[in-house]
Design a protein around this ligand. Sequence first.
Ligand SMILES: Cc1cc2nc3c(=O)[nH]c(=O)nc-3n(C[C@H](O)[C@H](O)[C@H](O)COP(=O)(O)O)c2cc1C
Length: 360
Amino acid sequence: MSKTWNQTRVAEKLGIVYPLIQGPLGGFPSQRLTAAVSNFGGLGSFGAHGLEPSVIDERIAEIRSLTSKPFAMNLWGSMEDQGAHTSDDAAFQRALSHLSPHIKKVGGTTPSYSPYKAIRFEDQARALFDADVPVFSFIYGIPPKEILDEARRKGVITIGTATTPDEASALEQAGIDLVVASGFEAGGHRGSFLRSSEDSLTGTISLVPQTVDQISIPVIAAGGIADGRGIAAAFALGAEGVQMGTVFLGCEESGAHPVHREAILSGKAKHTSLTRGFTGRLARGIHNELLETLNRPNVEILPYPLQRGLMRSLALPAQEAGDAELLALWAGQSANLTQCTSVEKLLTELVESVEDKIDR
Ligand SMILES: Cc1cc2nc3c(=O)[nH]c(=O)nc-3n(C[C@H](O)[C@H](O)[C@H](O)COP(=O)(O)O)c2cc1C
């Protein structure tokens, strides 16, 4: 009997019905979103990179209380950039000087410099293993061998993220189970690890087939996929699964602030840009006054994660003031195609649309 479109190695390995993955949305946590996608028969993910191990533990328990299906917990292989420990008050004040007018405009309090406290990736990974998570996904590199050995011993499925075919090969050689090939259309960070992010800006339609040709483990396509056309195209390129992020930020279950959701759903999201200004690392968001400020050549950007900390002083008051021009509106290039209300409605429509396209 011939297989249907959804019966791929990705679905089989993960034990899910549809190889449709809600990508981790670090910084926008929503246990409800993760569980809703898994309950539908896809794979929900939870971005846990900014969380202390004890909090990760609580989030896993909350997700488990909402679903008995497989879900992924996601971490970042690299948690700080060079210079994060030596960056000082003077650099903080220089970076702040460009944001101060914006912070004042939305009624925020001027932040003061405080040294950075690291969370260790190894401690976070331990929390995932102790909680017996079914799937461990990650971005920004390859975890140390001991961690991957433990994942294999415990039967935890691993998903790595590649922004070039060579990164995908490195992940395959390390024994990772599945690879997300993430084109530069994607929302969120550009998680490159062999070359700089700026030097790894391959688009999805180019990256996916080259990655499929270069490795033998299954490839999951990500970046700019927001409807049935995109999913069918990714499968035609050889992907065996699809990971979407921005489209889920627009859903009612998402952890995004209503101002952010509204910007994604409002039809104003046609113009997105890359910036280091949101966190210190290259990421994509809707082009607005804030992104324009951050991308000016004279604006100092602190190393990750200091810039991320600094930006919080603006994010909270901008949200309260409902100011979409001064909020970091994380989104990918297909934000404008996004039409989510609830996860169930979105996924039902996506599945129907893919089936229709594949039949035709
Ligand atoms: C706000 C936001 C946060 C994200 N955080 C993470 C993260 O912590 N870890 C990760 O592996 N991917 C992260 N991603 C990437 C998504 O999981 C997904 O691969 C990507 O959004 C796919 O591209 P799309 O936005 O065009 O759908 C993030 C994306 C967005 C939009």
